[in-house]
Write a protein that binds this ligand. Structure first.
Ligand code: DAH
Length: 338
């Protein structure tokens, strides 16, 4: 027969030792090992508990109570230590996963939009300010949208105005890279009923050899107004207001008679330069009745004007560049200056 006091003393030792180990456990894994060794299935406390059956009923009660007390004390210590270790582990994980997003002061340089993009944005802003909305269309077009619907039938001599790049798709010369943004006018009129006040910026392509004033890829902004009673005076007034808003109040616009198959009458749009000359920026005119007919708009009821300007040319003029190709070379030494 064992002395119950011996058990109780051993329990006290055990509890004290376990709590010291718990306090010293440096990780959740270590804590788990201490837990298994003390109150786990094969832990000493559990073994002691199993021996209770061999005690006298009175002793059993006293030792049993001591077992329970020791167990509760150890469990409480484990729970407290676990909470602390979990917080520490989480903090360590966050620290390890932290991204240093502070910039090195020597590299703190802000980028900015390319001047072509910035010009396009400003153009849009000016027209949106006048109540226009913005639309876009595909860069790969059919002959019908790029030419026929714009009153340029097959073999019309005016086709020579655009050196076209064809896409090898479908019938020969039926698919092409749009030579201007004017086909978007057709798409807009097919999709929306008048009144229409829209601008359509985008890329266009021509079989041109690049030089200081030409690039085979370039940007245009197309404008289209269709309403009742629109006259050439509305076109001239709109372009004059646009010129002042985009280039500044000292710059004026001029319209010179010209020819485009999709407008009648047609004009060339020039702006005054600081040197006292004039600079040609694009074409415009009153929408030709045949264009309205191609999209099912009644030319007896509706009239309208259209225009198409080169965005790159405007950016070149606005920033005083010497060569259009600089807008496509993307040499940062140039781009950084704006
Ligand atoms: N699409 C013409 C071109 O690229 C420019 C143009 C002229 C557009 C007159 C128009 C217009 O909308 O009315 O050469």
């Amino acid at each position: 027969m064992t002395d119950p006091q011996q058990h109780i003393d051993r329990l006290h030792e055990l509890s004290a030792a376990a709590r010291e180990q718990i306090a010293n456990a440096a990780s959740l894994d270590e804590l788990k090992a201490v837990e298994a060794g003390s109150i786990g299935k094969k832990g000493e406390l559990t073994l002691l508990k199993k021996q209770l059956g061999s005690l006298d009923p009175d002793d059993r009660k006293a030792v049993g109570q001591a077992v329970n007390e020791a167990k509760s004390a150890i469990e409480a210590a484990i729970a407290a230590r676990r909470a602390t270790l979990e917080v520490e582990a989480r903090r360590a994980q966050l620290e390890a996963e932290r991204l240093d997003l502070t910039e090195h002061p020597a590299r703190r340089r802000r980028g900015h939009l390319h001047i072509t993009t910035a010009s396009r944005d400003r153009l849009e802003d000016v027209f949106v300010g006048m109540g226009y909305t913005v639309a876009e269309g595909p860069e790969v077009e059919t002959d019908w949208y790029n030419f026929e619907a714009l009153n340029i039938p097959p073999s019309h001599p005016a086709r020579g105005m655009w050196d076209t790049l064809y896409v090898d798709l479908g019938e020969p010369e039926s698919t092409l890279l749009r030579t201007h943004t004017s086909p978007v006018q057709i798409r807009v009129m097919q999709a929306a009923k008048p009144p229409i006040y829209m601008i359509m910026p985008g890329r266009a392509y021509r079989r041109d050899t690049a030089d200081a004033t030409h690039t085979p890829v370039f940007h245009q902004i197309e404008g289209l107004v269709v309403d009742r009673g629109i006259s050439f005076a509305d076109l001239a007034g709109t372009l004059e207001a646009f010129t002042a808003a985009f280039f500044g109040p000292g710059i004026h616009s001029r319209l010179r008679p010209s020819y485009f198959p999709f407008t009648e009458p047609s004009a060339e749009y020039d702006i005054s330069t600081a040197e006292g000359g004039w600079l040609e920026l694009g074409g415009c005119g009153m929408v030709h009745p045949n264009v309205f007919r191609a999209v099912g708009i009644d030319p007896e009821e509706w009239t309208g004007f259209a225009f198409g300007f080169g965005i790159d040319r405007m950016a070149k003029t606005f920033h005083g560049l010497a060569d259009l190709r600089d807008l496509f070379t993307n040499d940062v030494r140039l781009l950084e200056q704006f």
